[in-house]
Design a protein around this ligand. Structure first.
Ligand code: GDP
Length: 198
C-alpha cells in the first residue's frame, strides 16, 4: 500500500469523542519508549506525524490520523511508564479500556514489543486482556536493527513460545520491524490493506 495522505484528525481522552466516520481503524500501543512514534512515522513516511518523545509517557491521549481517506491509524498512549502517580495510571487505564471495549470500527490492535527484551508481564497481561475481550491483535517487534537477523528471529520465536506456554492456543500474527531501516513496512501495510479489501 502506498500512503498518499496522512492527516492528523483529533486527540482526546474520551472514546465517545473519537471520529464517527465508519472506516476501519487500526490502533498502535505499547510500553513507552518501545518505538511507537518512530514506527508510525516510518509506516506513513512522514517524519513528524507522531511526535517522537523525549519524555516517556508524555502523549497520554488517543490520537487519530486519517490515512488515504480510507482508514484510521490510532496512536494510543504508551503504558508502563514509572513517573506518574497511581491516580493518573488509573484514569489512563480507564480510558484505554473504554477505547478497546467501545470502539466499534477497531479492526486490529498492533501491540509493540522491543525485540531485544525478554517477555514482560505487563505486555503479556495486556495481550491476555485483549484476547479475553475478543479484540484481534498482532505483535509488532520493534528496533530489529539493534540485533543481528538471527538473534532477532530467535527472540521472536522465544517470545511467541512464551505466549503458547500461557493461555494462547496459537501465536498471533507478528511483524519484525525497524524504523531505522524501514524493515517490516511493506508487510505491515500490506496486512492492513488486505484486511481493508476483505
Ligand atoms: P515511543 O515512546 O514508543 O513513541 O518511542 P519513540 O519512537 O519516541 O522511540 C524511543 C527511542 O527509541 C528513540 O530514541 C528512538 O530514536 C529509538 N528508536 C525507535 N525506533 C527505533 C528503531 O527501529 N531502531 C533504533 N535503532 N532506534 C529506534
Amino acid at each position: 500500500m502506498q500512503i498518499h495522505t496522512a492527516e492528523f484528525v483529533i486527540s482526546n481522552s474520551d472514546v465517545s469523542k473519537c471520529p464517527s466516520e465508519p472506516i476501519p481503524e487500526y490502533a498502535f500501543i505499547g510500553r513507552s519508549n518501545v518505538g511507537k512514534s518512530s514506527l508510525i512515522n516510518m509506516l506513513t513516511g512522514r517524519k513528524q506525524l507522531a511526535k517522537t518523545s523525549g519524555k516517556p509517557g508524555k502523549t497520554q491521549l488517543i490520537n487519530h490520523f486519517r490515512i488515504n481517506n480510507r482508514w484510521f491509524l490510532v496512536d494510543l498512549p504508551g503504558y508502563g511508564y514509572a513517573r506518574v502517580s497511581k491516580k493518573v495510571k488509573k484514569t489512563f487505564q480507564k480510558f484505554i479500556t473504554d477505547y478497546f471495549e467501545k470502539r466499534e470500527q477497531l479492526v486490529c490492535a498492533f501491540v509493540l514489543i522491543d525485540i531485544r527484551h525478554e517477555p514482560q508481564n505487563i505486555d503479556l497481561e495486556f495481550m491476555e486482556w485483549l484476547g479475553l475481550n475478543g479484540i484481534p491483535f498482532s505483535i509488532v517487534f520493534t528496533k530489529a536493527d539493534k540485533l543481528k537477523p538471527k538473534a532477532a528471529e530467535r527472540n521472536t520465536q522465544v517470545y511467541l513460545a512464551k505466549m503458547l506456554e500461557g493461555a494462547w492456543e496459537e501465536a498471533p500474527p507478528h511483524f519484525i520491524t525497524s524504523s531505522s531501516d524501514g524493515r517490516g513496512q511493506e508487510e505491515l501495510l500490506g496486512y492492513i490493506d488486505n484486511i481493508n479489501r476483505e
